[in-house]
Design a protein around this ligand. Sequence first.
Ligand code: HEC
Length: 132
Amino acid sequence: MRLVVLAGGLTAVVAVAVVAGAFSASEVCAAEKTSFAEEVFPIFKARCTSCHQPGGEGFEKSGLDLSTYEGVMKGTKFGKMVIPGDPESSNLMLLIDWRASPALRMPHGKKKLSICDRDAIRAWIREGARNN
Ligand code: HEC
């Protein structure tokens, strides 16, 4: 503990608290309020819009356009996929967590989203799914 020697008692207490690792996974992934534009949309853009925009396979089959905020909130031709404030009832979460049937795992036929990516989307929905 060089810090203790260098900077004295208070720093030592802080350093111990940090080293003891009081961080939960969600704090590490998303410490502040989740931003649609900066955190959520880039995930959709990188992993979903190749199929989920007009002309894409996912859009043609389900009507879900993930290339705009309005499209995300509108959902599919069968109904909403995002329920603001309620990630557990949001079908979009169900599909990206691979809790639905294997045929409906998203992104379709591709690698599962990372826990951090899924937690960012989950937190954004819980915080009200705003266009922020
Ligand atoms: C390789 C193409 C492809 C990619 C990439 C893809 N999807 Fe899909 N998605 C589809 C297809 C095809 C369907 C229609 C499935 C069906 O109804 O048979 C679909 C349907 C959906 C549905 C609606 C399911 C329903 O009940 O109608 C949601 C929600 C969805 N995708 C979310 C996502 C999300 C979120 C991503 C990115 C993480 C993603 N998809 C990436 C092809 C894709």
